[in-house]
Design a protein around this ligand. Structure first.
Ligand code: GDG
Length: 459
């Protein structure tokens, strides 16, 4: 089996005992890398002091995996990561064209850092290595590697949605992104919709029938495209949640207010996740259901993210204000409608909270997949499962047919869905849960990883 080389913006380094950090994808990739004596390359997370340039590579070994990390200069980080990746590609690919802040400097910084990654990686790879590149930060990497003479098999997986043609075309030089993808051997998306959007973008560029039976011909290259919906480590989540359910501390939230049912939301603080509209919907739900006042609570866990970007800071303020308003207007001495935690909680605690919550509220405005939806289902008590209320605009909606699907732009419909979930009888809750857990057990994150690599090996 060829050696596997994974490249991603950030590298999930093992802890001091050599165990991979929590998170299904890091564990699955680490397992594949261990089996194939692999190499994982990316940004170290450190920024160079003063005017020092990015690089060089520093190496580490742990549990049969080799890690190659580079520091980035402040300018590179600003242009590439905070700039083009997260102020242009992230908003546009999530249909927030209004938030995109394109500049030539950001675009060229993005290309510069991809070129740097290629230059640093090239001496580390052997002819028969298989390279797997992750996510929107690194779309041009294969092109840069090919320019350096790299003939290896290179795969790319996009963790976020691929947008419709008219949305993509708002990015100046969008054609470079399409050309960049054509330099891979396999390009993977979460859903059919992403793949057909990609095909439509190529068609609109004048390529007739660009993808046939998963084979794409574009820009003088032939490569494969496919759908690989990412999963979670389902067995591990089930185990964690079951263990947490037996721990006394985690039973507390439901016992604090006797009879109070919890709806849970767990999202990085990001405008794609629909947190503000969810709070509005929960407020409507309470105001139109008097008997639920004091008896239902939204537990919203929202770790901060990308705080260097103004849109994220503004959103942090906005969410806090909305929560304050609802709590101020409806809360009582013993009960607050929204319990908001603006930081991360530990994995066991999270699994226990999912299990304790009667409703999982996962209502992104747009999401590549959304792992929280899958984790919520995996964490449920098979004898008394909660109900998932899921945005139809999350990739996960394609697989989780047992959820109540909602339009996250429609607060009244979301309020009705919360009510329906809370009223749902046990038989129906079990039926819906069973319709989802089977799929999650079968198509877990290990299967996702193996399927993608099989596709790439076969290319
Ligand atoms: C991108 C795509 C795609 C969150 N808060 C806590 C915590 N989390 C964990 C969740 C989950 C992960 O973070 C978030 O994953 P999502 O999939 O929901 O969203 P993104 O971060 O936007 O991920 C997405 C994904 O890539 C994979 O391809 O599904 O569409 O946007 O695992 O559990 N974990 C802990 N404490 C927290 O407070 N321990």
């Amino acid at each position: 089996m060829s050696r596997l080389v994974v490249v991603s913006n950030r590298v999930s380094l093992p802890d001091e005992h050599g165990s991979p950090p929590p998170g299904g994808m890091a564990i699955a990739l680490s397992a594949a890398l261990q089996r194939r004596h692999g190499l994982w390359m990316g940004w170290s997370g450190k920024v160079k002091a003063g005017e020092d340039p990015s690089g060089p590579i520093s190496r580490r070994e742990a549990r049969g995996i080799s890690y190659a990390l580079t520091d980035l200069s402040q300018t590179d980080l600003d242009d590439y990561y905070y700039g083009f990746a997260n102020r242009v590609l992230w908003p546009v690919f999530h249909c927030r064209v209004d938030l995109a802040e394109y500049s030539e400097a950001r675009m060229s910084g993005y290309q510069r850092v991809n070129r740097l990654f290629a230059k640093l990686l090239q001496p580390l790879i052997s002819d028969d290595d298989v390279i797997w590149v992750h996510d929107y930060h690194l779309i041009p990497l294969a092109k840069e590697l090919r320019n350096l003479g790299c003939g290896n098999k290179i795969g790319f997986f996009l963790h976020i949605p691929w947008p419709a043609a008219d949305i993509l075309f708002t990015v100046p030089h969008y054609d470079d992104l399409l050309r960049g993808l054509s330099c891979y051997d396999l390009v993977g998306f979460h859903t059919d919709d992403d793949l057909s959007n990609f095909a439509e973008c190529l068609r609109r560029q004048g390529l007739p029938d660009p993808i046939t039976n998963g084979v794409c011909q574009a820009y003088g290259r032939v490569f494969r495209c496919g759908v690989f919906p990412i999963g979670i480590d389902t067995a591990e989540f089930e185990r964690l949640a079951e263990q947490a359910a037996r721990s006394e501390t985690l039973q507390e939230p439901s016992q604090r207010i006797p009879g109070c049912k919890v709806a849970i939301g767990v999202d990085r603080l990001d405008y794609s996740k629909g947190i503000e509209k969810r709070i509005v919907a929960f407020d409507r739900f309470l105001r139109s259901n008097d008997h639920r006042i004091g008896k239902t609570q939204l537990l919203q866990i929202t770790p901060k993210s990308r705080t260097e970007i103004p849109a994220y800071l503004a959103m942090q303020k906005d969410v806090a204000e909305r929560v304050g308003r609802v709590d101020g207007e409806l809360g009582t001495i013993d009960w607050m409608p929204v319990h908001y935690i603006n930081r991360s909680v530990g994995p066991s605690e999270l699994a226990g909270l999912y299990r304790m919550a009667r409703v999982g509220l996962v209502t992104p405005l747009r999401d590549g997949m959304n792992l929280v939806a899958k984790e919520y289902v995996a964490a449920q008590d098979p004898q008394n499962p909660g109900v998932l209320v899921l945005s139809r605009f999350a990739g996960a909606a394609r697989e989780l047919g047992g959820a109540i699907l909602v339009n996250p732009y429609d607060p009244e419909a979301m309020a009705r869905a919360i009510e329906e979930a809370l009223d749902m009888q046990l038989d129906e809750r079990i039926d819906r849960w069973r319709a989802m857990i089977g799929r999650l057990r079968e198509y877990n994150v290990y299967r996702w990883c193996d399927d993608f690599l099989l596709g790439l090996d076969q290319r």
